[in-house]
Design a protein around this ligand. Structure first.
Ligand code: 0WE
Length: 256
């Protein structure tokens, strides 16, 4: 029996096979979870479907988190196949590329700020609402989101994503407070930098990985698989008293 046997998981935020969300899907499937995945648009449909095939997903459904009609359709699509949901993984973030470099004060337009907060923070609450009735019917349901140290410290070039992740972490705590009485737990993993599609094209990312490996207590970078193992824990009954928590999976970098 796996740690997640009998648990149904919806994973939102796979953009490629290197996505943390893809590693989480793989680890959850290995632990016996039944999965459904979402894809953001037609361009990503096939890539997500391939990953879905590899993890034995029951279905891949479209989901654009900034579109209420899309979230409603997702809710209906889930309800057509499942009568409850135990796990929701939110691994979604976006800020316009030009806002992720240079001086903070110059890079942050009103538009970039709005988009970053809508896609990267509000979407957790929007997804929680869209899946709420199914989560209530699930047993000991757990929500999980992904954050980053830039929520707590000013990290060069992370810029508006920092405030957006701070908002995401605050939303996670409000959801934990609100859904706790229904037996639904809500947590975040603050992951160290990993070379995913989301990190490609970010100027100075390689230098940053090198700095992280040199300074972190464990003197190395982390692997997507290690984030996934923590995700399994936080979405299993092994963490039954943990909610409203930000768990750092970063080789200890946040502590130094
Ligand atoms: O949250 C993130 C990155 C999320 C992200 C990535 C992109 C790249 C493509 C959000 N929006 C976009 N927009 C794009 O156009 N991380 C934790 C990874 C990351 O991104 C950084 C980092 C780290 C770490 C950006 C600057 C500095 C450090």
């Amino acid at each position: 029996m796996g740690l997640l046997t009998g648990r149904r998981a919806l994973i939102v935020g796979i953009a490629s096979e290197r996505s943390l969300a893809a590693a989480i899907a793989t680890a959850m499937a290995e632990e016996g979870a039944e999965l459904m995945l979402t894809y953001q648009n037609e361009r990503l449909r096939e890539r997500v479907a391939t990953i879905g095939g590899a993890v034995g997903a029951k279905a891949c459904l479209p989901c654009e988190v900034t579109d209420e009609a899309s979230l409603q359709a997702l809710s209906a699509g889930l309800a057509a196949q499942w009568d409850g949901l135990e796990i929701l993984v939110h691994a979604v973030a976006f800020a316009p590329a030009e806002s992720l470099r240079g001086r903070y004060i110059e890079s942050v337009s009103r538009e970039a700020s709005t988009v970053a907060h809508d896609v990267s923070s509000y979407s957790l609450t929007a997804l929680a609402r869209a899946t709420h009735s199914l989560l209530r019917k699930g047993r000991d349901a757990a929500l999980l989101t992904l954050s980053y140290l830039g929520a707590e410290r000013a990290v060069p070039n992370y810029n508006i994503m920092g405030p957006a992740k701070a908002s995401l972490e605050a939303s996670m705590r409000y959801l934990a407070a609100d859904l706790g009485p229904e037996g639904i737990r809500v947590n975040a993993i603050s992951a160290g930098p990993v070379k995913t599609l989301a990190a490609s094209g970010i100027s100075g990312f390689r230098t940053m990985l090198q700095h992280h490996a040199e300074q972190a207590p464990l003197r190395r970078n982390i692997e997507a698989r290690e984030v996934a193992q923590a995700a399994v824990f936080l979405c299993s009954t092994r963490s039954s008293a943990i909610t409203g928590e930000v768990l750092h999976v970063d080789a200890g970098y946040h502590a130094v």
